[in-house]
Design a binder for this molecule. Sequence first.
Ligand SMILES: [Zn+2]
Length: 312
Amino acid sequence: MLWRIVSKALPTCSRLVKRGMNIDPYCPRCHKEEESICHVLFKCPYANINWRLSNTRVLTSRQFTDDIEENISLIVDSYHNSNLTEQQKLDPFWLLWRIWKERNNLVFNKFRESPSRVVIQVQAKVKDWINNVANWRINIPKPSHTTSATSTWTTPPFSFVKCNFDAGFDVRTFQGTGGWIIRDHYGRAKACGSSILPHVSTPLEAETKALLVAIQQTWIRGYRNIIFEGDCELLIKALNGLSQHHELFNPLHDIDFWTSKFSTVNFTFVGRQCITAAHFLASYGCNNDVFYSSSNNQPLGLQKLLCKDLNT
Ligand SMILES: [Zn+2]
């Protein structure tokens, strides 16, 4: 299965030549062999160093062969190996994707990333992913100080759209992720997305930056009457002038600037159960630097949450 996905997705030089393109079929990095999928991901000396540095269990038992299907099944088998940690199981999948990304970085940006940096970043991403998924499963309720917040997602009035936003924050890496979703008065998702929020120092700052992204994305898409709903009470109070936070001075200033462009903007505090879709997207965000989606191309699992919102 994975092999089929990989084989369809990767336009290597040798594949493009077979499809009739007039380009050099050789590996743009080592120039020693034709650039097949197996070569880029496993056999190229660059890929090889990455695999060795990553110290995955896949490589301790045997070396990769020239048969890509065999190599992929090696990785898939290791995923089902109960002696490995979650990190050891997942690292190879991320590394595959990252080696390909670095190949494109070389071809299109003429940039050569060092394997040691690649491997460190891959391991950090996987760690992040594991933690985010764990948080998502535990679903820690945030303390709520008011009882006025609604307990289920509600549709916005006609001529308005609603944008739910949420953020995740990793205390060890000081990296946040933001998720947002725009829905109309039928509850239909018009657009959604997530992004990594670098250099944030507190969960509150992550929430604020996630909102800023949500506001910009809503504006870009032409919506002018909008309700922003989040589950961070401190932030919503600050936005409505009910409290002050010096640490938020700059992001709030940016938010002021952007909201002045809309016709009607409302910031509402709601319970976490009202923003499960945005929360899902914020967790999903740790996968990608930036990700957007239209209404008909949503990440797996989101549709279920949207239906649940409308049926409760
Ligand atoms: Zn090569």
